[in-house]
Design a binder for this molecule. Structure first.
Ligand code: C5P
Length: 210
């Protein structure tokens, strides 16, 4: 059983994916972390972000078992990740690793931008989690403030929009819902309500597969 969850930055798909994985005892992979780990390795080594061959080499070295969300969540790493994510050979390298992960028993939850369209097009459950840019910026802002940090809402809002443009506008694997994805707009929905909706879709798929 593979559950594919896609959507734009800060839509709440990570929280949802983790909760689903925990509920069903499935392995979870946040594929954004694979792009982030590649970008961080380049930044740490002082290497350029615009050399595709070098970036692909780094992508091939990423260890999926060693992805640390706390370290990789830094804003500048996310920016760098979305720059190298436009490179087809970087994507090919990471997609190969993600597909191997997706085959783990008893099941997997993968979240990202292209899981339902490219990485696992045959996944029996595909969710596209979204929310308006204003709501996503507000949630990210609250998250930072609650964690004791300081942040500027307008800057976050601009950032969310810029990331959307880059992710939706690229030629290779642009962010878009798969034709058979279930759309979950969480603009006016709590995470709990989104989870309950997702759960009923997954339960129906599990009983079809049983
Ligand atoms: O989801 P997260 O913000 O961690 O992703 C960082 C960047 O990695 C995204 O902005 C996107 O450009 C890229 N990404 C991608 N395909 C995925 C996951 C992430 O292109 N499946």
């Amino acid at each position: 059983m593979i559950i594919a969850i896609d959507g734009p930055a800060a839509a709440g798909k990570g929280t949802l994916a983790r909760r689903i994985a925990e509920t069903y005892g499935f392995h979870h992979l946040d594929t954004g972390l694979t792009y982030r780990a590649t970008a961080k390795a380049l930044l740490d080594a002082g290497l350029p972000l615009d050399d595709e061959a070098i970036a692909e080499g780094m992508a091939r070295k990423v260890d999926l078992a060693g992805l640390d969300r706390t370290v990789l969540s830094r804003h500048e790493i996310g920016e760098a990740a979305s720059k190298i994510a436009v490179m087809p050979s970087v994507r090919r390298a990471l997609v190969e690793a993600q597909r191997r992960f997706a085959e783990k028993a008893p099941g997997t939850v993968l979240d990202g931008r292209d899981i339902g369209t490219v990485v696992c097009p045959g996944a029996p459950v595909k969710l596209y989690v979204t929310a308006s840019a204003a709501v996503r910026a507000k949630r990210r802002h609250e998250e930072i403030v609650e964690a004791g940090g300081s942040a500027n809402y307008d800057a976050i809002f601009e950032d969310v929009k810029r990331r959307d443009e880059r992710d939706m506008g690229r030629t290779d694997s642009p962010l878009k819902p798969a034709e058979d994805a279930y759309l979950l707009d969480t603009s006016e929905m709590s995470i709990e309500a989104a989870f309950q909706t997702a759960k009923s879709i997954i339960d129906a798929a599990l009983s079809r597969n049983a």
